[in-house]
Design a protein around this ligand. Structure first.
Ligand code: SAM
Length: 262
């Protein structure tokens, strides 16, 4: 595959790290992404049952189509660091990564994802406050926020006046999207619109939300997802081309439940 023609404004179906390795250094301005959270791992920072929730519609109970989300914690951290390393190589000298994740307390220990982001130039943390959700556990307040790490190269600057937006953003989670964990389009429009980026990469593109937001703002995108089903979903939303890189991949049925603090 040759850059830019085979990548720009395409959804590429395949493994994020493998596909990113085919792109030249500095070929994108911005990466915006939300990886799987490894929610079904029960040894490091997993969740135990299906109550309380990240996604109010409980869609994640059925899991992702081609990712089980049950890696041993150390393996998961190494995988996420490999993704961030590639994203860092791909963003230009004035580029940045917006990396969405979730903090959690388990057995009194704060899982703040430091093991994933350690050594990367984290400049700021943005709180994404979602609305609603369901929590049947009387021992905990309803969890309503996620974090977005702004990981930026030295020359990265926000677009004019974007700094006035502050660092706590409120956006209702997406309800009308068959993907189990979609971004709200408005959240990604906020991120992209806060930058001067021309080419935006999402290596965990899911249903194509980052691409939709980029296109809405007149920017270009490169989207990658391992699941042919989600690539098709993105294709349908975008009305564009999907390059099928995954062949004969077996369908893994995950039974991911909603998150509850432990
Ligand atoms: C939290 S979801 C992203 C949802 C997306 N932000 C949206 O708005 O639809 C994480 C995605 O990572 C994908 N994924 C899992 N393993 C992957 C891999 N090795 N390479 C690329 N994508 C992968 C899953 O299929 C899932 O769609």
């Amino acid at each position: 595959m040759i850059f830019p023609n085979d990548f720009l404004n395409k959804i590429i179906c395949g493994d994020g790290v493998e596909i990113m390795k085919q792109l030249p250094d500095g070929s994108v301005d911005l990466a915006v992404t939300s990886p799987p959270y490894n929610l079904k791992n029960s040894t490091g920072n997993g969740m135990k049952d299906g109550r309380g929730g990240k996604w109010a519609n409980a869609a994640l109970q059925n899991g992702y189509t081609h990712h089980e989300d049950t890696m041993p914690h150390d393996e998961y951290v190494a995988w996420q660091r490999a993704n961030l390393t590639e994203m860092m190589r791909l963003i230009s000298d004035d580029g940045a990564i917006f990396y969405n994740h979730k903090w959690r307390v388990q057995d009194g220990l704060l899982q703040d994802r430091q093991d994933i982001v350690n050594g990367f130039p984290v400049r700021q943390i943005i709180i994404w406050r979602r609305k609603g959700g369901i929590n049947f556990n009387a021992g905990y307040f309803l969890p309503t926020y996620e974090v977005i790490y702004l990981i930026a190269k030295k020359k990265f600057k926000l677009a004019s006046k974007a700094n006035a937006l502050g660092d706590v953003w409120e956006f209702t989670q997406e309800m009308n999207n068959p993907h189990p964990a979609p971004f709200p389009v408005e959240l990604i429009e906020r991120i992209i619109g806060s930058t001067k980026a021309h080419v935006i990469l999402d290596p965990f593109m899911g249903s194509g939300t980052t691409a939709i937001a980029a296109r809405n703002l007149g920017r270009s995108y490169i989207g990658i997802d391992i699941s042919p089903d989600y690539c098709k979903m993105a294709e349908k939303r975008l009305g564009g081309e999907v390059l099928k890189r995954v062949k004969n991949q077996s369908k893994i049925q995950s039974h991911q439940m909603e998150l509850i603090p432990q």
